[in-house]
Design a protein around this ligand. Sequence first.
Ligand code: SF4
Length: 298
Amino acid sequence: MAGQRAAQVGDGAQRLHRDGARAKGEEVIAAVGPALRTGDAGRELEGAPDDTPQIAKGNSPGSGRRSRLGRVSSTAAQRREALKAVLAEARGCTRCPELARTRSTVVFGSGNADAELMFVGEAPGRNEDLQGLPFVGQAGQLLDRLLGEIGLARSDVFINNVLNCRPPGNRDPQPAEIEHCQDFLFRKIELVQPSMIVTLGNFATKLLRQDTTGVMRLHGRPEVRVVGTRAVRLYPVFHPAAALYTPANVDVLREDFARIPELLALGAPEQPQAEAVEPEPPAAAEAEPEPSLQLGLF
Ligand code: SF4
């Protein structure tokens, strides 16, 4: 069993690097274009009914929206520039008055801006709010460990949250806040163009599935969903912070993580037909210096 898992881990990691050599940040981003992502279009998950892909175009948040980026024609470099413009916009966002008033920083996300694999958590906590980076506390250390066990590092993936700002006292995100911030998340998904999104916990799972079914029931069950304008392999798992509270759940989380390489190896699902739109020039970034901690890995 251990040997089988090791083989899967190796294969998955090799594929991640072979298909896009995505581990080296900006230099790689400039070299990787959308064409690399289309080679596996149309391949679907195989196996048990639970793994059957479901293209749920009708109920995805943002479905039917026109791409803001002219997705097919935008290059990785253009998408990265556009992502920086969205970051600049988020840094000035006050849509959630309480969060805007109490936050130290906007935690936009970090990692490879051209990653095949995106993680979506819940919201920044105290450490994240202070450092401006997602998953830097104990839960982040567990996430790093689990990534390492499947042959990946943070620089291979893109990590972000449902909310960009910390709810005071680490309370749950409120529905209005999720509604306000979801546009940022969908734009990040549209720009990073992951083939697979791992939702960490209930909030991300419910938002991206547009369904109230909880992660307890859904964890470890991959499906193909259209999220915003992209079809992705959606894979719910427990939130690392919740797993820390219940040690037995760390083993469940580890087992679910062990499947990530084989799911990544399936490649990108078939994409919905994109409307032909003219790419918009990225909005001018504000004169403020780049938040290097977050952009350093883009
Ligand atoms: S959580 Fe999102 S929508 Fe709300 S203030 Fe922060 S960036 Fe804006």
